[in-house]
Design a protein around this ligand. Sequence first.
Ligand code: ADP
Ligand code: MG
Length: 323
Amino acid sequence: NLLANQIAAGEVIERPASVVKELVENAIDAGATQIEILVADAGESMIRVVDNGDGIDPEDVPLAFTRHATSKINDRHDLFNIMSLGFRGEALPSIAAIADVTLNTTTATSNTGLMYHIKGGKQVSATPANGRRGTVVTVRDLFYNTPARLKYLKRPQTEMSRIADIMNRIALSYANIAFTVTADGRNLLQTTGNGNQQQVVAAIYGRDVAQKMIEISGEDDDFNVTGFISLPELTRGSRDYLTILINGRFIKNFAVSNAVIRGYGSKLMVGRFPMGVVNVSTSPLLIDVNVHPQKSEVRLSKETELADLIIKTIKDRLADENL
Ligand code: ADP
Ligand code: MG
């Protein structure tokens, strides 16, 4: 029902960036290789995600907007084992409860697709449509019926930078997907999808920045660490330019990001932080996902071991550079 969906929406959809994240993750789950994100007014007036993924069968579309109808797991511990990013069947119903949503979708096997329009949780129309294989979701007037939420939003500039942050991290996690992000007609990010993470770093931070990055690589019995981190001369005033991926997923973990910083030792000035991306791969069994699934904080069973490995990998690598 609408109220339950609005309450759920409060948890799942905090701001325009949450909508972008959920829609893009759905596109990734649908096997898309090209994903285009269009945003107007920092997502307040419009967010559109265009993908070339599997599409949805017309008869399944209303179900996709029904809460928990598509839940894929029962156990949170499956979270890092399951291959899909979505698992609760909550995002589309939540978004539709608090916005005006159209979804235009066509599968490879059906010759007609469907144009589905839903607003405030109520279906407006469902008509056959022709489109190329894939899905276009357009979200307009986000939070139009939840004024408290709308008021809680930050300045458009801040909301827009949150969208950019999410997209940068997703693009780094999925170097094999071509992303295009356009905001108010301005191109913000363009990746090729050729799988080269260093090129994604260059696309996000600029070629000159990417040239001041070095590749790292290290492993022990439990962890494998790779990535691109900045030379000590290239720092930022916040941790936000450091992306940690565990088994390909963006996470937040203080011990891990702190280990990256500690790897630089005294080469970093106080209050300055490195840029880059660090990929950790490990057995899912070592990842404790016993935290709220909506949060990206993740705990690891052998955090200290991983931290030591990261510190050593970075120390040695910087020593190689005579730094
Ligand atoms: P979840 O991703 O947790 O399953 P969502 O509410 O995000 O729940 O999506 C509901 C369902 O709608 C998905 O499970 C999927 O089957 C379908 N779906 C949503 N977006 C897309 C898309 N872009 N392409 C194909 N199927 C999609
Ligand atoms: Mg989803």
